[in-house]
Structures are given as C-alpha cells and as structure tokens.
Ligand binder design. Structure first.
Ligand code: GLC
Ligand code: CA
Length: 547
C-alpha cells in the first residue's frame, strides 16, 4: 500500500499555474511543463482542482461533464501525456471530484428542468412554504437563499453553493451509481488519488428552518454520510490499495472525522477540516476584520492532532488552498520577516502528524493580492459578499477592505515564475491580475537562493522521508499556554522530535522542557540556532530538534 504518511501533496490550481498557449489561462500542458519543478520540490502527489467541462461559474467546481476535459484546459491527450510524464517522475495525480452538486448546465439538470421525472429525482426539488417563502430558511455558502424558484414546477431546487450548482440527491441510488461510474472511469486512466469536494454535505437530513444558524446543522455530516462513503469506497477505490483519498469536510465534527479517516480504511485515507483556519472569523462569520486568535489556533490544531491519533484516524495538514488567503499574509509577516515567518509556518505544519499539502506558490512565500478595486476580483463569493456587505450598511471602502483580507482570490493570482512580464505565467492578458511583488517573490529567485523559502520546504519534505518520527510518531503539545510559541513533541521508537515556533515578530524567552543534551537541530530558519535549556527565540524563529 502506498504509505501516504510519508507523502506530501502539491496542490495545483491549473487556471493560475502556467499558460502554454497564450490565452491567459493556465492549462494541463502547463502542469506537464512544470513537472520537473515539482519533482525538485519533492512532492509525491499533485492534486489538481477540477478541469472537467464546466461553465466556470465557480472555476470548475460547477461540472457539466465529468468525463471530458474543458477545452480551456486542454484535451484528453494532454491529460494522458501529463499522467505519463508524471509517472515517469514518480509523481501521482490526485483528481478533484465534485459530487455534492453539478453545474446547472449538466445534462442531468437540463433534463430535470425539462420535466423528466427520472432526472428531477437526481436533484432536490421541494415545494415552497404556504406563505410563498422558500422551503427552508437555509443560506447558500456564497450568500443569499439556498433555494432557487423554478416557475414551471412551482418548486424550488436546493443549491448550497451558487445558483448554478444544484445539489445532487444522494438518496437516489441511481445518483450514487453514476458517481461510482465516474470514479471508476478515472481509476482506469491510472489516477491514484481523489479529493472529494465538500463530501460531508452529500447526505441531507431533514428540511427544517434553522432558528439558530444558516441551516448547516441539517445537512453537514448528515444521517447517511458514512453509509454513502463506505459504499463509494467498496464499489470504487477501495479495490486498489494504491489509491489515496481525501475528503473536504465542511464545518465537520471531530467525531465524524474519526470515522471518515479511520485507519480501518472503510471510508477515506484522510480529511481536510477547517476549524483551525476560522480563527480570524467571528464565530462562523468570515466577513469581518478581527486579528487572528493565536491560542485558539493552537488549541484547535492540537486537539485535532491528539484526538485523531487517539482514534487511529489520519489528518491532512495544511495552511493554504485555493479557498484560503495566503498564510504568510494571514498568520505571518509579509513585510520585514517575510522569509523567516514563511519558513516558520511551513515547519509548524509539516512536522505534525498528518499528510502535508503545499499549495502552489506557498513554497515561494506568495502573499495576498494587491487588488484595490472590486473589478479586479473574479471569485463569485467575493463579488457576492461585496454587495451583501454594503446591503448590510457597510461603506464600499470598508466592504472592500474585508474582501481584500478574506477573498479566495488571494490564493488564486497567477503563480509567480519569474520577475518578468506577468511573472512568466502567460504571454497574454492573465485571467486574473498578477501580484506586483513578483519582481521579488518568484520561483526563479527562490531556486537561485540556497537559503530560500523553497529550499526550506524542500528540506521539510525530505525530512519527513528521512525521519520516521515525523510520519509515524505520537503527538504531544508542549507549553501550550505560551502566548507566543507553538511547540510540540513527536515520539517514535525511542526518537524524539521537538518543534518550536515563535509565531511573532518579537523575541521571546523559552525554556526547553527536555534535557537538551543529545538533541541536534535538524532544521531552523536562522543560520545559527542554538540548542540550549534557556533560549531566547528571535522573531519568528523556528527550530526542529531531534534526538
Ligand atoms: C469546495 C471548493 C470550493 C468550491 C466549493 C463548491 O469548498 O474547494 O472552491 O467553491 O467546494 O464546490
Ligand atoms: Ca492556456
């Protein structure tokens, strides 16, 4: 079986990765051309966000045809070539499967709207309330009601995301069979990994008004969720132990994740959860400006580390993806301590118990966008909330400030390959603006510098392969209450790893809880870190001590 505990996954957002045919959009051939770069970094898998046929209302998370490649990204031949070239380099592909919903342009939904009962039952149609309101008060995750009225039926359909993303009815066995057929199709093509998009939302519970929230408690980790995942596993990827899977778990609970990602292998290999990234929200409300809560971040990360280990379940560990702001801007310092803080954040996540995911550009220390006008944004969620925030009474400049901090487009600006025009991403007008800081922050510069953030990530990936304690060790928090330091201990077969991270731009005194004798510093973000009982950690200083 593939040991995913020793592996690292590199995530690519193809649209923003590398454009080879001069249309301003990244493409599959662009990924193929850059395989050596990923090989150099040391990643084992490439997770690519969806490139299937799609109207691109949500950048491919609105799938119109699961069996074909969107011409904007290339052809099936391009995919096969990418797959073969990756395999030559020992890199495997992980595909992104969006099965909670389809695009409203999917053939199934078109037939449903045309009145074909068989296909209507692929989706979730309901009568409105007597008073003319939608069936429930649930809110779409992109803003507004989760229900869209269809006059010809005098009914509404459910869309937990955009109105162009109708939710599939997983309670219909035929839908489950269709989904299984898609997974088998890509397995036959040699795909060795699957990421399942918002997969814990597929089993809807009862359709009731939510007096307390936006409805998520009625459809998150729903009544048949484990049954459906087990069935999908049995009928598709479960037959091939070489396949790894990760579920994107929206607002999930740890108890459910024990089962989703249990070592017994009945459901998935691992899970993404997001609680540790909601530490700059106010509760579930993302569209506010609050400083991040460091103690909360630590507590959530550590609780999940301990909890999942205790229940023999496996985490995916990460800071960044295509839905998140850039971590160096979010929890680090994109100014004075850019390099130190980016490395520190990398270390903090990579030495945890779990499979690390690196999101394109994270290894370069890419930062949030420098957009100053709403017209520069492309993301449907950001554009919707810019309007909604003003409807709630905010001034345009204040709404924009919030978008600048939280927008998903922060993670979607083009990959910065070099200091040249459009950061070397495209020769045309890019579909979304390139950050001006590409003149300093780019792959070419990072590769030329032996002390770069890229080199640090490379070392972290290598270290996971070299030291079993990182892949297999137990986890224990260290000095958890410390107001500035995030530290933990990993232990395995007599070996110990101590990971110490100063999360702030000011020095802090730190007492090592262990006898430092016998420990050596195997990685640090300062050239001269010392291993002593009483230490003063410098701004964002980070150390990995091994015995
Ligand atoms: C997931 C994806 C996100 C998408 C949403 C709806 O959260 O990561 O990009 O918008 O699902 O498919
Ligand atoms: Ca292109």
């Amino acid at each position: 079986m593939e040991d995913f505990r020793k592996s690292v996954v590199y995530q690519i957002y193809p649209k923003s990765f590398y454009d080879t045919n001069g249309d301003g959009l990244g493409d599959l051939n662009g990924v193929t051309e850059k395989l050596d770069y990923i090989k150099e970094l040391g990643a084992d898998y490439i997770w690519m966000t969806p490139f299937f046929v799609s109207p691109q209302k949500d950048n491919g998370y609105d799938v119109e045809d699961y069996y074909n490649i969107d011409p904007r990204y290339g052809t099936m031949e391009d995919f096969d070539r990418l797959s073969a070239e990756a395999q030559k380099r020992g890199i495997r592909l992980m595909l992104d499967m969006v099965f909670n919903h389809t695009s409203s342009r999917h053939e199934w939904f078109r037939k449903a709207l045309a009145g074909d009962e068989r296909y209507k039952n692929y989706y979730i149609f309901r009568k409105g309330k007597e008073n003319g309101e939608p069936p429930t008060n649930w809110e779409s995750k992109f803003g507004g009601s989760a229900w869209e009225y269809v006059p010809q039926f005098d009914e509404y359909y459910l869309h937990l995301f955009d109105v162009s993303q109708p939710d599939l009815n997983w309670d219909n066995p035929e839908v489950r069979e269709q989904v299984e057929a898609v997974v088998r199709f890509w397995m036959k093509k040699g795909v060795k990994g699957f990421r399942f998009d918002v997969v814990n939302l597929i089993s809807k519970g009862s359709f009731e008004d939510d007096a307390e929230g936006d409805g998520r408690r009625f459809y998150t980790d729903g009544p048949n969720i484990h049954k459906y995942l087990q069935e999908l596993n049995e009928k598709t990827f479960g037959a091939d132990r070489g396949i790894i899977t990760v579920g994107e778990m929206s607002s999930t609970s740890m108890e459910n994740c024990f089962r989703y990602a249990s070592e017994d292998g009945k459901e998935l290999s691992m899970v993404f959860s997001f609680h540790h990234l909601k530490v700059d929200f106010a509760g579930n409300e993302k569209w506010v400006l609050v400083p991040f809560d460091f103690q909360k971040l630590k507590k959530i990360l550590f609780d999940w580390q301990s909890g999942m280990a205790e229940h023999h379940a496996w985490n995916a560990v990460f800071w960044c993806n295509h839905d998140q702001p850039r971590v160096v801007s979010r929890f680090g310092d994109e100014g004075k301590y850019w390099k130190q803080s980016a490395k520190m954040l990398g270390t903090a996540i990579h030495c945890l118990r779990g499979t690390p995911y690196v999101y394109q550009g994270e290894e370069l220390g890419m930062t949030n966008t420098d957009f100053t006008d709403i017209s520069q944004y492309r993301d449907v969620e950001s554009i919707n909330y810019y309007r909604i925030l003003q409807e709630r009474g905010l001034r345009p400049e204040d709404a924009l400030r919030i978008i600048q901090i939280h927008s998903r487009d922060n993670g979607r600006t083009p990959m910065q390959w070099n200091a040249g025009e459009n950061a070397g991403f495209t020769t045309a007008q890019p579909w979304i603006g390139v950050n001006v800081n590409h003149t300093a922050v780019n792959a070419e510069a990072e590769l030329a510098d032996e002390d770069s953030i890229f080199r640090h990530y490379q070392k972290l990936i290598r270290l996971r392969k070299e030291l079993d304690v990182i892949a297999y060790g137990d986890f224990a928090p260290v000095d958890q209450k410390n107001p500035q330091v995030l530290a933990y201990r990993r232990s395995y077969e007599g070996h110990t790893l101590l990971v110490v991270n100063n999360f702030y731009g000011r020095p802090v005194k730190w007492t090592c809880p262990e006898d430092v004798n016998g420990f050596s510093c195997v990685l640090s973000n300062y050239p001269d870190s010392r291993t002593e009982k009483e230490m003063e950690l410098r701004p964002f200083e980070s150390m990995v001590l091994y015995r």
